[in-house]
Design a protein around this ligand. Sequence first.
Ligand code: C5P
Length: 398
Amino acid sequence: MQGIETVSLAGKKIILGVTGGIAAYKAAELCRLLVKAGANVRVVMTAAAQQFVAPLTFQALSGKPVLTSLWDAASGDGMEHIHLSRDADLLLVAPASADFLAKVAHGRADDLLSTLCLARTCKLAVAPAMNREMWATAPTRRNLEQLQADDVSLLGPTAGDMACGETGLGRMLEPADILTALPALLGGGTLAGKRVLITAGPTFEAIDPVRGLTNRSSGKMGYAVAQAAVEAGAEVCLVSGPTCLATPAGVRRIDVQSAAEMRDAVLAELPADVFIAVAAVADYRVDAAAAQKIKKSDAGLTLQLVANPDILGEVAARSGAPFCVGFAAETERLAEHAEAKRLKKKLPLLVGNLAQDTLGQDTAELVLFDDRGTHPLPRADKLTQARHLIGHLATLLN
Ligand code: C5P
């Protein structure tokens, strides 16, 4: 729930469609968050959704009557499906059941919500929620491919415990995460239309099939920066070393292990408008990793290390380079080392922190270094810091 208040949907007209599934109870919280973020919310429920939650719940939360039927006499000229869909900025269906996805994929229109989906001129986003087998089954896969081909945005699902007692992929994205993904869909924000490429986490350099060299990095800062960039409306690609973190909603993630793989993935994603290198890339790798496990010996072991490519340095030196942002974790003399690093790598912006204050923690104390000088950011949680960083970056960029 951290920092949700900063997501602004002021004045956005959002139709929240609720279909039949146990996750419908979470749609009530989503409705509350949308209203709190300033959106003008109209709720449409299918007949099955009303088996799970009463329309009155959504009426109280949205402050408007809930629409449930195509044949509702109260809806004036009977053209509610046209008026509503013409007027909206976004049609968001959460939860979207397997049956509902099938219906939309096939262009069927046999109730108010499916008719709205067909008649709309605005963007459609769906947050699927279903049992893991229903999610994995071939018909659902086919329907999802069709929906993506039709430019319908998919939000989630995630993996975890399910109401049916099973565990797996199919849980609806948490309401707060759905909210985070919306500004990018609505095309607003300080980084709207920008392609942002981010590296995060450590790299892992194999010594042999079971051992390796790595850096201490949880990936939390890089993931927070990715989330903040999505909130600012950017299209975000996150190239991540091994971490245990969930991908922020709306972020496209590419998993890598070694620095060499990270470099290849980054170069393949160029061009980008912005490159933010948050990853703690291992400076060295073993010259030739052993194909088989190295046997322990009392004689000790000497490893021949060679320098890894400097991914940020290489990207920043290219012609037509993106706006490059570096991170520097130092253990002492932060300002001196950070500014030297920024000038050496020719970066317009560098984020410095003292490693011992930040590593693995949920909060960070950062200093931004740019051509105008230094800008300290007092200690706060990493998402708040990431939002400040993205705000500062957007000012420099624009
Ligand atoms: O040179 P140093 O490792 O201190 O610089 C840190 C910055 O450079 C970080 O932004 C880090 O992500 C990036 N970097 C990189 N490739 C490397 C080493 C560091 O992209 N091999």
